[in-house]
Design a binder for this molecule. Structure first.
Ligand SMILES: Cc1ncc(COP(=O)(O)O)c(C=O)c1O
Length: 489
């Protein structure tokens, strides 16, 4: 017996029963059970276990380099120079790469990328981000003080949600997210104990946003929580749509009318493929709507080094821009980010290169443009190929992949298979994807991991595998779907 009279407990301090219950509620389908099984199958193949295929093709995660996309030479040259400044004496590196590296190093403590930076991010990088946003948005001013460099976009999104969540019971913060959604949002809301408010995208109109649906979901949610924010992903993950300017204006009006904080996830801003589609930043549209909106609506928008033509996920670079945030809350935000010291400095350096890329007349410009254009063109071809080949399969229908890096086709699953899945306590599209993995080696994510309308089934597939492999993958999906349908009919 301890002095305080309480018997010391036996066994582990931390058990499933005594751990943080909000963590147990977190789910993240993109790295869920299918992917764990895929890793196991890869091991089995290496050990010589016979399978009806000789490799696992992973189309589950938006990790471009893992699927063979090559890095932009200029970015890696500057990062190499920053990591190992001795190379500044090496004549094989172009002068513009050297001058970028010198500028970044001068802004680092002790001229080393190994030093912590300011918590909000390196000053000159934030200035360059502001310059990029101004050019992107046709001259609308951007204050570097409103820029926070982040550890990928994920970090910025979670930080903003942390600031927003408060209250108990019916006053608990609710956050509107699209369904289907990128599961970072549901996972972060579960962890923070916030209320997830679902608004459904309209599959029939290429996953567009519908204001009546936003209104419906908001009104329902107001009965049990306090809705305070709306998140939009544009271009969309997992659905690949690019929102029209009119749609963005309507969402801004809705946020203004309903007093909602806007969170615009714009990590795919360069990934726009379809004719007639164009990326419009929420910031630009907000400012073009005039002071009634631009002076009042609170907005945080997010970008990253992980997507677009860069695909540099592992560097964990990103930024957020905040608009119209209360000054005292902003001070709290700055305090909050300072607790974690700073985002990775190599990621900040990379973000700088993305927003301050080689310019006409500089030695690296031609090669940079060649590499950037080639990567984006190949992605556009693969987006087209994916939707064409999927739509040619009876029982699969795929909305146009207008942007981002994914298709989210709808699949018809026979009644018998639905019953079998339910008996196993599985979502029907989980059963479908698991069977596809076991039979073909293709690793996809079931639509249920992103949310979907009841009674509809989907899977998410990236467009990232190299073109030849993507064709093989799509042929296998076609053959599998036919077999699966026949077997359960
Ligand atoms: C819509 C969306 N937002 C945010 C992220 C997170 O990206 P990052 O690597 O910048 O954290 C992803 C990653 O796939 C994404 O698809």
């Amino acid at each position: 017996m301890a002095e305080n009279g309480v018997a010391p407990p036996r066994g582990k301090v931390l058990t499933l029963d005594t751990m943080n219950p909000t963590v147990k509620k977190v789910e993240y389908a993109v790295r869920g059970p299918i992917v764990q099984r895929a890793v196991q199958i890869e091991k089995e193949l290496k050990e010589g276990v016979k399978k009806p295929f000789d490799e696992v093709i992973k189309a589950n995660i938006g990790d471009a380099h893992a699927m063979g996309q090559q890095p932009i030479t200029f970015f890696r040259q500057v990062l190499a120079l920053c990591s190992y400044p001795e190379l500044l004496n090496d004549n094989t590196f172009p002068e513009d790469a050297k001058s970028r590296a010198r500028r970044i190093l001068q802004s680092c403590g002790g001229s080393s990328m190994g030093a912590y930076s300011a918590s909000q991010g390196i000053d000159c990088v934030r200035q360059d981000v502001a310059g990029y946003i101004e050019r992107r948005d046709g001259g609308i001013p951007c204050d570097p003080d409103n820029i926070y460099l982040t550890t990928g976009a994920s970090d910025g999104i979670v930080t903003m949600l942390k600031l927003l969540v408060c209250g108990e019971g019916a006053t608990r913060t609710g956050v509107m997210i699209s369904i289907p959604q990128y599961p970072l949002y549901s996972a972060a809301l579960a962890e923070l104990g916030a209320v997830q408010i679902n608004y459904y995208l309209n599959e029939e109109t290429c996953w567009s946003m519908d204001i009546d649906e936003l209104q419906r979901s908001l009104e329902e949610a107001r009965r049990h929580c306090n809705p305070r924010a709306i998140c939009i992903i544009n271009p969309g993950n997992p659905t690949g749509q690019v929102q029209t300017r009119e749609c963005i204006e309507e969402v801004i009006r809705f946020a203004a009318k309903e007093r909602l904080f806007l969170m615009a996830d714009e990590v795919y801003q360069d990934n726009v493929y379809a004719d007639g589609c164009q990326f419009h930043s929420f910031k630009k549209v907000l400012f073009e709507m005039g002071p009634e909106y631009s002076d009042t609506v609170e907005l945080a928008s997010f970008h990253s080094t992980s997507k677009c033509y860069m695909g540099e996920c592992g560097f964990r670079g990103g930024y957020m821009e905040i608009i119209n945030m209360d000054t005292e809350v902003k001070a709290q935000l700055t305090k909050l980010v300072s607790v974690r010291l700073c985002p990775p400095v190599p990621g900040q350096a990379l973000m700088d290169l993305v927003v301050n890329s080689p310019q006409p007349g500089e030695p690296s410009y031609d090669n940079f443009m060649k590499e950037r254009t080639a990567t984006l063109n190949v992605l556009a071809e693969k987006a087209q190929l994916t939707q064409e080949m999927l739509n040619a399969v009876p029982g699969i229908s795929c909305s146009p992949v207008q942007g981002a890096m994914y298709s989210f086709p709808r699949i018809t699953i026979p009644e018998k298979a639905i019953k079998e899945a339910k008996a196993l306590g599985q979502a029907p599209d989980m059963l479908y994807c698991m069977r596809m993995l076991e039979e073909t080696g293709i690793c996809l994510v079931p639509g249920s991991g992103f949310g979907q309308k009841d009674g509809t089934y989907h899977f998410r597939m990236t467009i990232l595998p190299p073109t030849e492999k993507l064709k093989i993958l799509l042929d296998k999906v076609k053959a599998f779907h036919r077999r699966f349908t026949e077997q359960y009919s």
